[in-house]
Structures are given as C-alpha cells and as structure tokens.
Design a protein around this ligand. Structure first.
Ligand code: NAD
Ligand code: LMR
Length: 364
C-alpha cells in the first residue's frame, strides 16, 4: 500500500554539540537504531539534524553517518541554527566543555552557561515552544537547567516550555544498576535477579557528587547487602563520573555510557511522540515551578515542602505531550533513615548553591 505523502508526520531530532564525544556516539545510536521504534508507523518519518561549531568535524561526522543504511534522513549544520532548529520535535544538548582531572562540574559553569544561554536564545527564536521537548546534557546540570529555565520562562510566549525542559541524570541510575549487578554477582549475594536481568535503582536529587542520592532502599535487589556495601555503592555512584575523568587522563569525561543513557531516555520520548503511549515515567532534573511562580504539576508543592522549597530537583515524573504532569514526590517519604537523615540534607544544601548560581547568571 503506498504511503499517503500528504499525511506524513516528521519527527525532527536535533543534537546541538553533535561533533563531540557524546554527540557523535549519541547520533550514531539514533541514526542506526531509532527506526526500529517506528517500523509499525507507516506515516512517520524521522530526521536527524546535527549542529556543532566545529565545522570540519560536523561535516565529517554527518558524511560518515549518512552512509548508514537506515531510513533516517540527516543534515549537517555549522552556522545555520535556524535551519537546524526549525520544526524540531526534540532537542538534545551535549554542547560544551567536559571536565579534566582535578576539576569539578562547577568549574565548567562559566563557559558552559554562556554556550547554553546562547543556544537557548536561538531555541526561543526559531522553535515552536508549544510542542518542543528539550533534553539538556551539558554540565553542570544542577546550575545549567536553572539558567535555561529562567531564560525560557522569561520569554513572553513560552507556552509552558519549562514543563518540557529536562536535565538528563539517567547516567546516575545506569551506574547504580551496573554497580549493584556487579556486586551481587561477584559476591554471590541473593538478589532475586535473573542472570540477564538488571536491577532498577532510583536516583534523585541532582547530578554532581553529594547531590546525587541513589535510593538503594527502593531496589529489592539490594535488600541483602550490608550497610557498608551500600555505603560504598552510594559513594561509587556519586563519584562515578570522576572514575572516567581519571581514566581518560585529560581526554574528556563519560561519552559512551552517557550516549547510551541519553538514548535510553530518548526512546521513551519517542514513545510519547509516536503516540505509542499517552505518558511516560522518567527521572530527570526539573523545575518545580512555572513562569507564574505556581507549582509546575501535581505533587510539586508536596515535594517542595520536603526539600526546603528548592526550585529544582531530580525526581521521577509522569510526562505527557504537554510536559510534566505529575511529580512522584512520595519517594522522599519512603527513604530509609540513612538516606533521609544523612544524604538528603547534604544534597539540599549543595543544590541550593548550585541552583542560585544558575539563577544569578547574567550574560555581559
Ligand atoms: P566534547 O568536548 O567531546 O564535545 C562537546 C562538543 O560541543 C564539541 O564538539 C564542541 O565543538 C561543541 N560545542 C562547543 N560550543 C558549542 C556551541 N556553542 N554550539 C554547539 N556546539 C558547541 O564533550 P563531551 O564529552 O561530549 O561532553 C559534553 C558535555 O556533556 C560536557 O559539559 C560534559 O560535562 C557533559 N556530560 C554530561 C553528562 C550527564 O550525565 N548529564 C554525562 C557526561 C558528560
Ligand atoms: C558524569 O557523571 O560522568 C558526567 O557528569 C561527566 C563528568 O564530568 O563527570
């Protein structure tokens, strides 16, 4: 049966910073894998729009990717953000500088805030904010989401875009899952997991050091671990990024595991955009209030009352095509005493500073 060309729905996926370590590997996953999700949709086309300020590299990357035999169309953009961004459905942003050994994510703030802020201006100018989803990857997430949110909320026609802005923290739960699986296998601890089954570890808070709260108490596969083993796992998840920065010896930070984690979350958003599911559940770093200073969704007030009124937090949410619909704040009530008395207060104190840094950012 011929496809009805009149009714083709194009989903345009944009990657800003596509010539970098994350950008390249994420773009490869999208170009080579995403069409498996669309095979049953005869009227959907996917376009991959890749942008970077490194002209030679982006053209080379796109030329290389364009030989991959999938039906995903692809375009390279160097100095035309308008063509790159217009009609986009979802934008992933790994543009910016990564850490070197000895640096914290905060040390990236001044340079990456400028980059992300300029990209936000272009998104406001060229995109239809009423439909768009924005997935921010660049660090420091805890401060850059506030930079972007403030800018998006201050534009007059923002169409509730702050409900569709997500700081990607998936790598923390990816690590929690991997490290827990390794421990139970190595130490032959009973976990209830099948051989090829991975545990799901909820992680809330923020995305740097002590702001990362892995909630092993809510993962039954960790039930038989000693408190000492849990403490070590928590620390390893909180500082997992440093392991990679150290191992790469000045040549960057996590790229492959991050591309994998971003792709995992992108596939959930694709389910939403394709109408496979009316809503998805995702954990990410989000604003809890909207541009009118009102709760962003059901559960915002309840969450804020438990985290000293922080404006941003990484928490599980239910997301529809309109954006965040419900905040699953009850995970805070289920924390065990170690998580709620030790990890949460430290997280809140650090997050407060990180968020203020982002909200106070101004371009000169
Ligand atoms: P990279 O240096 O390999 O790539 C960054 C790319 O951004 C480069 O190609 C560069 O040319 C491009 N770029 C710079 N300024 C730009 C601009 N104004 N517009 C478009 N592109 C621009 O770095 P990477 O390893 O890919 O990491 C990118 C960012 O992601 C870093 O800030 C890193 O800390 C962060 N990161 C976040 C997570 C997370 O869990 N959220 C995980 C890993 C890395
Ligand atoms: C990570 O967690 O690996 C990333 O945030 C990159 C970094 O700087 O550690």
């Amino acid at each position: 049966m011929p496809t009805d060309l009149q009714n083709i729905n194009t989903i345009k996926i944009v990657v800003l910073g596509a010539a970098g370590g994350i950008g390249q590997s994420l773009s490869l996953l999208i170009k080579s894998q995403i069409h498996y999700l669309v095979r049953s949709h005869s009227n959907v086309r996917i376009h991959l729009s890749l942008y970077d300020i490194n002209e030679d590299m982006i053209n080379g990357v796109v030329s290389d990717l364009s030989h991959i035999d999938t039906p995903i169309t692809i375009s390279s953009h160097y100095n035309d953000l308008e063509n790159c961004l217009k009609n986009s459905s979802i934008i992933l942003i790994p543009a910016g500088v990564p850490r070197k050994p000895g640096m914290t994510r905060n040390d990236l703030f001044s340079i990456n805030a400028k980059i992300v802020s300029q990209l936000t201006d272009s998104i406001i100018k060229y995109c239809d904010l009423s439909k768009l989803f924005i997935l921010l990857i660049s660090n420091p997430i805890n401060s850059l989401v506030p930079v972007m949110a403030k800018k998006l909320m201050s534009c007059s026609n923002n169409n509730g875009i702050e409900k569709r802005l997500f700081g990607i923290t998936t790598l923390d739960s990816t690590r929690g899952s991997t490290f827990l699986k390794n421990i139970v296998q190595e130490q032959n601890i009973s976990s209830g997991l099948q051989l090829m089954e991975m545990p799901q570890v909820p992680v809330i808070g923020g995305h740097s050091g002590n702001t990362i709260i892995p909630v092993f108490s809510q993962c039954s596969a960790a039930d038989n671990l000693s408190q000492e083993t849990i403490n070590n796992l928590v620390h390893r998840v909180q500082y997992g990024g440093d392991e990679i920065v150290k191992a790469k010896k000045g040549k960057g930070s996590a790229t492959l595991s991050m591309a994998h984690s971003s792709f995992k979350i992108l596939t959930k958003f694709m389910d939403l955009l394709l109408g496979n599911s009316p809503d998805i559940t995702i954990t990410s770093f989000i604003s809890l209030i909207n541009s009118n200073n009102e709760p962003i969704a059901t559960g915002s007030i309840e969450l804020q009352s438990r985290i000293q009124d922080l404006q941003f937090f990484a928490i599980p949410t239910i997301v529809t095509l309109q954006g965040i619909n419900e905040i699953k704040y009850k995970i805070i009530d289920y924390l065990n005493s170690k998580e709620s008395n030790d990890l949460l207060p430290i997280c809140i104190n650090e997050l407060k500073e990180n968020i203020d840094q982002g909200l106070n950012f101004t371009t000169v």
